[in-house]
Write a protein that binds this ligand. Structure first.
Ligand SMILES: Cc1ncc(COP(=O)(O)O)c(C=O)c1O
Length: 408
């Protein structure tokens, strides 16, 4: 078997799929990637190998300590290449949600009553609730920004309307995990920075589909979760060095005050970090270049083209179903389709597809405010997400099954 998914120019999805044990018998077609992707063998191997190496707490005086240290530094370097940041700005956390809470506490430490925080109805609750809770604690005012339910767009103009000289932070998604919308984060960051505010960007759904460059994105803080991109279940946050340098998160006294350790509570999960490095290397190997950063940028755009082609097929097929309403309509969007069928609950559709071994999501996906804003009932809608390993056969199966399941 090949040892790398490299695809000589174009994306060889069959070769890529061969690395995934869960795809080996093609029993299931997985369109539930927005909830977490399947994992290739090199990632599982890296985790097992790291955990069974001589391993102890990080240090320099024993083989176990040196292994732990190397694994941590390699992981930060890989995450640095993925996000276009320096390795010591890659903060490991248990999940994006945990990091958002932790950073929201640290960021809001100097807020005073009357300060303002902006949250959006396009965001996962993970980038909403922590801000509402720190606002309650500090007496800050919460301002909401809506997306247009007809177009799915969230614009810089809509954000401008709620900004003031008291705006401390705008919490904004780089891509909606509900309807795929990719707002113009750079344009929004520009208007927020003009009033002296900061932008905290949820990149969990975005980074699974697009190369990230913190500098051009205009984000002051950014968070992403590797389990949405073939990696293990954890997350990383980053931020501008000058801002992170000035934050004083709650931490143990003897633990390091350096970046990023200041934000990383307790012993790091070395085996998981080895898995993150392996996942990033696996993605980079799709488009080998002279360095890993260039390879990742090339690989993510190769994957984007592959996913975009499958997305167009899915959208066309779903659009032809009787009684369908599609909600994922923004001009710039990830390969994520959200729809309902008249007279049939989302859970029923997902359940029947599941019987045919096709995995999709049903519900509001922790974006309840957004789902309400779209006019959806509490049952939510069906979500079909494309991941790098999906192929035309998966799409054929999905569309055939949808015709069967929705036939009256
Ligand atoms: C856009 C988005 N943000 C945040 C989260 C939460 O991520 P985590 O599970 O790492 O807390 C998710 C999870 O689905 C997500 O899709």
């Amino acid at each position: 078997m090949a040892t790398s998914p490299a695809a000589n120019g174009s994306f060889d999805v069959a070769r890529f799929r061969a690395f995934f044990p869960s795809l080996a018998d093609a029993e299931w077609a997985f369109f539930d990637g927005p909830g977490g992707t399947q994992t290739p063998t090199p990632v599982g191997d890296a985790i097992a190998q790291a955990l069974t190496l001589p391993l102890s707490n990080r240090g320099a005086t024993s083989v176990g300590a040196r292994n732990a240290d190397r694994i941590v530094l390699e992981c930060r370097s890989a995450v640095g290449d993925l996000l276009g940041i320096e390795p010591d700005l890659a903060i490991h956390g248990r999940s994006a949600t945990a990091l958002n809470y932790h950073l929201a506490h640290a960021i809001s430490a100097d807020w005073t009553p009357g300060d303002e925080v902006v949250v959006t109805r396009l965001d996962h609750d993970s980038n909403v609730r922590p801000w509402i809770e720190v606002a309650r604690r500090t007496g800050a005012v919460v301002r909401w920004v809506d997306f247009d339910p007809e177009t799915g767009e969230l614009t810089a103009d809509a954000v401008s309307e709620v900004l003031s000289e008291r705006t401390r932070i705008v919490a904004l998604t780089a891509a909606s995990n509900l309807i795929g919308t990719i707002p113009d984060v750079a344009a929004i960051a520009e208007v927020v920075h003009r009033v002296g505010g900061l932008v905290y960007v949820d990149g969990v759904h975005y980074a699974a589909h697009h190369p990230v460059d913190m500098a051009t994105l205009g984000a002051d803080f950014f968070v992403f979760s590797p389990y949405k991109l073939l990696g293990p279940h954890c997350a990383f946050a980053t931020g501008r060095r000058d801002l992170l340098d000035n934050l004083r998160p709650e931490k143990l006294d003897p633990s390091s005050n350096a970046l990023p350790e200041r934000f990383e509570l307790g012993t790091l999960p070395y085996e998981q970090m080895a898995g993150v490095t392996a996942a990033i290397d696996f993605v980079a190997a799709v488009a080998p270049q002279r360095d890993r950063r260039s390879a990742l940028v090339a690989a993510m755009s190769t994957i984007d083209q592959h996913e975009g082609r499958l997305l167009r097929r899915i959208e066309q097929g779903v659009g032809e179903l009787p009684g369908v309403t599609m909600y994922s309509r923004a001009l710039e969007r990830t390969p994520t389709v959200l729809f309902t069928i008249d007279g049939m609950s989302a859970a029923t559709i997902a359940g029947r597809l599941g019987e045919l071994k096709i995995a999709v999501g049903a519900g509001a996906f922790y974006c309840d405010e957004g789902a309400r804003h779209l006019g959806l009932s509490t049952e939510g809608a069906v979500r079909v997400g494309v991941a790098p390993y999906n192929d035309d056969e998966d799409v054929d199966r999905l569309l055939d099954a949808l015709v069967k399941v929705t036939r009256r």
